[in-house]
Write a protein that binds this ligand. Sequence first.
Ligand SMILES: [Zn+2]
Length: 149
Amino acid sequence: MATVLIRAPSIDPKYACFKLSIRESRIHRRGVYAEEHIPARRKVIEYTGERISRRETQRRGDGDITYLFTLDDYWTLDGAFGGSGAEIINHSCQPNLRSCVIRGHILYISKRAIPRGEELTVDYCFAKEVESVPCRCGSRNCRGTINLK
Ligand SMILES: [Zn+2]
């Protein structure tokens, strides 16, 4: 019987441009925190993971906790395998990071200056057609769900 070992999540410094750490989060389980000041509009970390097809994405998407990031119409990255640590970044409706896809790479860019000690967040932008996931980000303009309205 095959056993798949998933290492404890950690930040891979190869993909992080600033000092980051993983700690307990107020939003959800664990989160990623800035360990130094991050200026606005800078690449903070690249989201990495195993590249999987549409069919495999549907299969893995059934799990309890998933770290899937849609790259395009066909490919998805599964951060549970080979993740840089960016897969631990929580959702917020008022995030301090935005994601952008450049030549097949998913980059998390700072939307504004982020002081040391602040939790990093990104808007997951779940489609409104998929199962609704309640949001507890606590931001003033929280949509109530991680899905877009
Ligand atoms: Zn929210």
